[in-house]
Write a protein that binds this ligand. Sequence first.
Ligand code: PXP
Length: 239
Amino acid sequence: MKRLGINIDHIATIRNARGSLHPDPLVAAKYAMQCGANSITIHLREDRRHIKDLDVIKICSNKKIPVNLELSLNKKILKIALKNKPNYICIVPENRKEITTEGGLNLSKNKAKIKNIIGKFKKKKIRTSLFINPNLNDVRVSKELNADCIELHTGKLSHLVKKKKFFTYELNNIKKCCKYAASLNLEVHAGHGLDYNTTKILSKIKDIKEFNIGHFIIGESILFGLKTIIKKFKKISNK
Ligand code: PXP
């Protein structure tokens, strides 16, 4: 069975739009677990555009929630992550102007830093993962850096599939990386831009053990959760 991690960053995006407390990412995390999620992903961005420090504290301290904390190489974020002890971490690149995480890590530029960070989390028995582009060299370097897992950035594949463009080349890249990573004993995860179609395509790759999906799941939940909530309001307003 492949595991499904739910990224709840955009619950915080909606909450922050009103500067209030609703909807609460902790409530979303608990409910997603009740609904069958295998883990919850949150990304404490340097600009705090969605998840805030207090969310990290609340969600990580709930020991019933297996938390995957995404973090950049920023020292302050690192300190917060080490203090809150999530179950898993995934190191991701961050650029200020990006809308979302638009590519994998530049491993060759940041080798020493990343190796050091991985060491710190492994000492605390926290599973470490590196968000990388699907290329064999980055898989090899991830092993060299002693990561437990890699998460392959599926943004390019997702874009090609959505635009109905030729995607076989990109899919083959992903397949080759999965096979190579498995031969090195690196666990493979996949994430970014995934929807029903792309997840179905990737589900055929046996070496992918975990999907981490955010934006599409939250979007679909808003659309198709509307029925229940409208019914509830109709009932309340007509009592
Ligand atoms: N995995 C990683 C490492 C990410 O950075 C993100 C986006 O924050 C995701 C998965 C989820 O991507 P999406 O929201 O497009 O499903």
